[in-house]
Ligand binder design. Structure first.
Ligand code: M6R
Length: 633
């Protein structure tokens, strides 16, 4: 076996939320593997849980056996238990539906008409419509609503033209546009798995008894820590003791494995009912680890970000971009960079900005913010910016992610693996990192001194303590209050300045796990239309601010709500008596450094959403219709 070992890291906090919102897990080796593949798939269920499926080359019948079930993976496990099939090569899939409803027919694996191979796919084939038309004309019939079926027919067509499986695979992948990562098992090659990577990541764990192929190495973390990450636009033929990989031109690729370390406890709920709750409570430690890491980095941060110290001093502007919670963190971060580092800062929603005019600026830094480092919208914006020669960096939680590979530099948050779909500690560590980086830029640009830099680190740690302490302080009240708020049809979240994007994050947290409609709104905009919604049935959650001027404006907004019979739940700071008196319910928070208001309020904001969802009996760690990282565009 030609494996060149490249020992890269000893203690990275890898995270497990990767892109393309479905997952693949496969095995080929010397062990009967049905149970192993199903267990691996369960570990990846966070990536999608609309349906799941499994195919094995059964050693008794010498044929492919395919099992598929809509719904959670427990359904598939039941079906697999009832079946006697087993073998030494198998593949599985959990699906987050993009094309076609979640039923058995649309579930992967898909087989060709002759049932000679089974295939699982992760991604969206962008030219599937054209391919479907073309293949239909050529006599193929389509049984599913999936885009994947075109891939199956194409591969079938190529296999019928040649006995050379490498050639057939290359011919297939070259015709596909978009995210087309797949793994296939062919019954004429039962000792081998065929894999291709295009956009959605896939990696191969090199184990003692065989090879484990997965969207995320978490799936086989108990078997091996030697991992080959398939490069973009590559194919591989994987056997028990060997991997043969090629680029799309057919050139041989070197097989370099990386050593990855995982923290097993991160993948257990321990004594918590949900991962989300565990992760809410992990935030203080995660922030401390992040600050310690950044402190140690010191002025090496510039080279890590792909900048010279001189460039850090003179950069014209900073441009942050991301999606969802990460976009909210970036929006909050904008205030840090502008106020502290005096840098003009813009924030883009990755899914929108891709289609807008871009006016290149070579003296600017474009930094993605992404927990997973794999979100498709954000990745595509990176690729878009790259075409213009933009200077790119990423702030991410995953050292091995595509964003780290595809940008000039990176900064890592140390949140550790975040399993719950709702982002909690990833968000707070992003805030901590952006606050730290803003101070580092300020230092480099002569706006603050070392003492103020050190104070900034202490301020973040203090805010992290407040984050945790307020959960304990208000836990009982929030549990009780959640029973009432869970009855609401809609909830409005208000903030101003730095607490406006925080209000958007509060609303997102509530709606994604409780399914109650919520909207984050700038308090000052209320009177421009949305105040029409205010009534006793629409609770308003208002996040205060410590700045005296902004605070007074918020008092005014609270009065406007009360004057219309609205119900106010207020997150206020100590001493804000005027605002506190207007509240129907209030959580008073110790004061923190300016601009760290969102970090301090994060714990109880998330805990509130969690408790409301709990009252409603929601599937908190895996909310409906979602996947951990939404990575289809
Ligand atoms: O991995 P990313 O940070 O790039 O993911 C972006 C969003 O999909 C993500 O933040 C999402 O909004 C949260 N999971 C919601 O809690």
């Amino acid at each position: 076996m030609k494996l060149k070992k490249l020992v890269v890291i000893a203690a990275l906090f890898f995270n497990n939320q990767i892109n393309y919102s479905c997952s693949i897990f496969a095995y080929v080796g010397s062990q009967l593997c049905k149970a192993h593949v199903l267990k691996g798939l369960s570990r990846l269920e966070y990536r999608g849980y609309d349906s799941s499926g499994f195919a094995v080359y059964d050693i008794v019948t010498n044929d492919l056996v395919v099992l598929k079930k809509p719904g959670k993976i427990a359904e598939l496990k039941m079906a697999a238990l009832a079946s006697s099939c087993d073998g030494y090569a198998a593949l599985g899939h959990t699906r987050w539906s993009t094309h076609g409803v979640s039923n058995e027919v649309n579930a992967h694996p898909h087989t060709n008409d002759d049932r000679t191979f089974a295939l699982v796919h992760n991604g969206i084939i962008e030219n599937h419509f054209q391919l479907r038309e073309q293949l239909s004309k050529e006599g193929y019939t389509f049984k599913t609503e999936t885009d994947t079926e075109v891939m199956v027919h194409l591969f079938d067509q190529e296999l019928k033209k040649t006995d050379d499986i490498k050639k057939a695979t290359l011919q297939t992948v070259r015709k596909l546009k978009g995210a087309c990562t797949f793994v296939a098992l062919h019954k004429d090659h039962p000792e081998m798995l065929i894999a291709a990577r295009q956009r959605a990541p896939i990696c191969i764990g090199v184990g003692e008894d065989g090879m484990h192929i997965a969207s995320d190495f978490l799936a086989f973390a108990d078997k091996t820590n030697q991992v080959f990450f398939m490069p973009e636009k590559s194919i591989a033929f994987i056997k028990k003791g060997a991997i043969f990989a090629y680029d799309y031109d057919g050139n041989v690729l070197p097989i370099e494995t990386k050593t990855v370390n995982l923290q097993p406890s991160a993948y257990e709920k321990l004594d918590h009912d949900h991962f989300m709750l565990k992760e809410i409570y992990e935030q203080k430690i995660a922030i401390e680890k992040t600050v310690a890491h950044l402190h140690e980095l010191g002025d090496k941060v510039w080279s890590q970000l792909g900048l010279t110290p001189q460039q850090a001093r003179t950069l014209f502007s900073l441009n942050l971009f991301g999606c969802g919670t990460s976009w909210h963190a970036a929006r909050i971060g904008q205030f840090f960079f502008e106020k502290i580092a005096k840098m003009p800062t813009s924030v883009y929603l990755a899914s929108e900005f891709r289609y807008m005019e871009f006016f290149p600026c070579l003296d600017c830094l474009f930094m993605s913010v992404s927990q997973s480092g794999e979100t498709a919208d954000t990745l595509e914006l990176i690729r878009y910016f790259k075409k213009f020669g933009a200077r790119l960096a990423t702030l991410t939680n995953v050292a091995t992610s595509s964003m780290v590979r595809e940008t000039n530099g990176h900064l890592l948050t140390k949140a550790g693996p975040e399993i719950a779909v709702a982002s909690t500690k990833a968000f707070s560590t992003q805030l901590a990192s952006l606050y730290w980086l803003a101070h580092r830029f300020a230092l480099q640009r002569g706006h603050i001194n070392m003492e103020q830099m050190a104070q900034a680190e202490k301020d973040v740690l203090h805010a992290a303590s407040v984050l945790e302490q307020t959960i304990d302080q208000y836990k009982v009240d929030i549990i009780e209050a959640a029973k009432t708020y869970a009855q609401a049809q809609r909830i409005m979240y208000l903030g101003r300045h730095v607490t406006y994007p925080f209000a958007m994050e509060g609303a997102l947290k509530l709606k994604e796990i409780s399914y109650i409609f919520a909207q984050g709104y700038p308090a000052g905009e209320l009177k421009h239309g949305s105040i029409a919604l205010v009534d006793e049935h629409t609770p308003i959650i208002l996040f205060s601010h410590q700045d005296p001027v902004i605070y007074q404006k918020l008092v005014g907004n609270a009065q406007e709500v009360k004057a219309r019979g609205g119900h106010l739940l207020i997150f206020a700071f100590e001493g804000q008596d005027e605002l506190i008196q207007l509240a129907d319910r209030v959580y008073t928070i110790p004061r923190v450094a300016p601009l760290l208001e969102p970090l301090a309020m994060t714990g109880i904001m998330q805990f509130f959403a969690y408790q409301v969802a709990l009252v409603l009996g929601r599937d908190i760690d895996k909310p409906r219709n979602l996947a951990k990282s939404v990575t289809v565009e």
